[in-house]
Design a binder for this molecule. Structure first.
Ligand code: AGP
Length: 599
């Protein structure tokens, strides 16, 4: 989705805002910036943020307050006219916006019948309305608040007034927005903390239907009625370098390599000094449910599938896993005594938050497994377990997936201990073993590159097949390949392949086969024979002890319930090298955004 940044302080606003826009996960199809000084200077460009940077390179912009935006087009083509910021008719008010207003046409008809809009966006109606109400005699804050109360739909927005270079106005309703609290004479607001980490690691969250007035030395939060609100400041222990590529060409490879360290972080965070599991004091009051529902999207959904196996085998609690957007419109029968677990790297995914709000309304307890402190799910769930993976910048999620599965293992162990069950999983020992296994796999990048070139250089559509937990990793491997290299790929249960998809096998069709479970190894070898005899180009990744000569990759053996943490690594690397070979924009795949904050 779109991203926005506002800054007011003593630094050069243009540099500070552009730095923030670049950190936002998705670089949109157009972007823009407005800098306050004597009046306001507005620049907008189609294309990437670098295009905007290029176009304003020669501009002497010394202002120390302003706003910026990177647009993921929803309404109106991606061009300069529709790019944000948008200005009121007189040019006095300038605004950036993320989200979608539902009643912009009605508001235009009611209040601005004679105003000729310059763009096709809902955003322009918002800023024209501010000027309209200000012309009715309201001061800027009152005019801003009046507009907020007129809007229906989702919005996070930041407004500046050309006649007041010392104030930013920002507001939030069902679209992410966070306040950055500077260490002295500066404050920020942005779509997420990563866009501000180069200025501060102190933040305040904004809740729906709240707005804030920012000056260099104060931030004043109010509700849409104008009532002041006090809000705690919190610290995010990420440093600016964690949002840089360092020596890596791409974030995706850096984050694949970070996974062993992330697992060790998780062990450190969830083990107390006596080596006991510490899942967070507040969890100790959590009721042990009869049933667990895991709700998530994309990669996080795949982590949920692995989590289901852990919760059922270790904690003996029946568990269902649901795609959030399906659950949202087709709620299944729900066991009364249940716990809802929301797995979400960003903690802002609209589909997941939508289900979350519904379940909270029904009174079901909620637990968030998320990577972003201060995110909606982190703030509003009854219980939270952070994945401590550090900022994930690449569009394709890698370390967040393995961190989520690891935290699901921690949760399962915690629930088992609460029921005095024998877990059969020494979770810290096994995760330690997995982190070492991951490290050996990362030493095999050349092998992954060779496989990517051998099996995928033609860009032919391909399959990933496996059984049980291997099947869940096949789904994730296929998603990684699709979203990184744009090669059509499908993860499939190996046993299901003969029930139709086998008809798609032609001479040379690439099929990746995962085998880690001894009990299904021989049947998997039969499946391989069936495919081989039909011309498939087979790439077998098998666990040591059940691998055979000719297999492309021998995987280190780890606890059966944690195999996804190991089998996913080669698939992540193969996706990365396939994308590289095809010249894709690895970290910013086309059409993708890092947190899908709209349904
Ligand atoms: C991951 O590679 C994808 N980019 C995407 O499927 C992602 O997992 C999904 O949008 C869910 O995001 P969340 O974990 O932030 O909720």
């Amino acid at each position: 989705m779109s991203g926005l940044v506002g800054y007011i302080g003593e630094r050069n606003a243009k540099e500070t805002i552009l730095e923030g826009l670049k950190k936002l996960e998705y670089q949109g199809d157009s972007s823009g910036i407005a800098i306050l000084g004597n009046g306001v200077a507005v620049y907008k460009e189609k294309g990437k943020i670098q295009d905007l940077e290029q176009s304003i390179q020669a501009e002497k912009l010394t202002g120390t307050a302003g706003i910026g935006h990177t647009r993921w087009a929803t309404r109106g083509k991606p061009n300069r006219m529709n790019a944000h910021p948008h200005q009121s008719r007189s040019g006095r008010f300038v605004l950036v916006h993320n989200g979608m207003v539902q009643n912009d046409a009605e508001l235009k008809k009611k209040y601005l019948p004679e105003v000729k809009l310059m763009s096709e966006t809902d955003t322009e109606v918002i800023v024209q309305l501010v000027e309209y109400f200000q012309h009715q005699g309201m001061d800027v804050e009152k005019a801003f608040r009046r507009v907020l109360n007129e809007l229906q739909g989702t919005f996070s927005l930041v407004l500046v007034d050309a006649q007041d270079p010392d104030t930013l106005y920002a507001a939030k309703n069902k679209s992410p927005l966070v306040l950055g609290i500077g260490h002295g004479h500066e404050n920020m607001v942005a779509s997420n903390t990563m866009a501000m980490i180069h200025v501060t690691n102190q933040f305040k969250d904004l809740r729906d239907k709240e707005y804030v007035i920012l000056s260099r030395d104060a931030v004043e939060i109010k509700d849409f009625k104008g009532q002041k609100i006090d809000r705690q400041t919190y610290t995010v222990n990420w440093d600016a370098s964690s949002t840089d590529k360092g020596n890596y060409e791409h974030f995706m490879l850096k984050e694949i390599d970070q996974q062993p360290t992330v697992l060790r972080n998780i062990i450190k965070e969830y083990r107390n000094k006596d080596g006991q599991l510490r899942a967070g004091d507040h969890l100790d009051h959590m009721h042990i449910p009869k049933r667990i529902y895991i709700v998530a999207c994309g990669t996080s959904y795949h982590a949920g599938l692995a989590g289901k196996r852990l919760l059922e085998q270790v904690a003996r609690i029946p568990t269902e896993v649901h795609i959030a957007s399906e659950f949202l419109y087709g709620q299944p029968l729900i066991e009364a005594d249940s716990l809802f677990v929301f797995i979400s790297q960003s903690g802002e995914t609209a589909d997941s938050v939508g289900v979350f709000n519904n379940m909270k309304q029904l009174g079901h307890p909620t637990l968030a497994v998320t990577n972003v402190e201060g995110s909606t799910l982190y703030r509003e769930a009854d219980y939270t377990l952070l994945t401590h993976a550090g900022p994930e910048m690449a569009g394709a999620s890698t370390k967040a997936y393995t961190a989520q599965v690891a935290v699901m293992a921690i949760l399962s162990t915690y629930l088992a201990e609460r029921q005095s069950l024998q877990t059969g999983l020494d979770v810290f020992y096994e995760l330690q073993k997995v982190s070492r296994a991951m490290e050996t796999l990362q030493g095999l990048k050349d092998q992954a590159k060779q496989i990517a070139h051998q099996f995928l250089k033609g860009g032919k559509s391909c399959f990933f097949i496996g059984r049980q937990l291997d099947h869940t990793v096949c789904l994730e491997g296929a998603l990684k390949l699709k979203e990184s290299s744009y090669i059509q790929a499908e993860g499939y249960a190996a046993g299901e392949f003969k029930h139709g998809p086998i008809a798609l096998i032609e001479e040379g069709t690439p099929v990746f086969v995962l085998i880690t479970d001894e009990s299904t190894a021989s049947i998997m070898r039969n499946n391989i024979q069936e495919l081989d005899s039909r011309g498939a180009n087979i790439c077998v990744l098998a666990a040591e002890g059940i691998s055979e000569p000719g297999d492309a990759w021998v995987l280190p053996k780890v606890h059966p319930l944690l195999t996804p943490l190991v089998t996913v690594i080669p698939l992540q690397l193969i996706a990365y090298y396939a994308a590289l070979a095809l010249g894709r924009e690895v970290d910013k795949p086309r059409h993708l955004t890092k947190s899908v904050t709209m349904e």
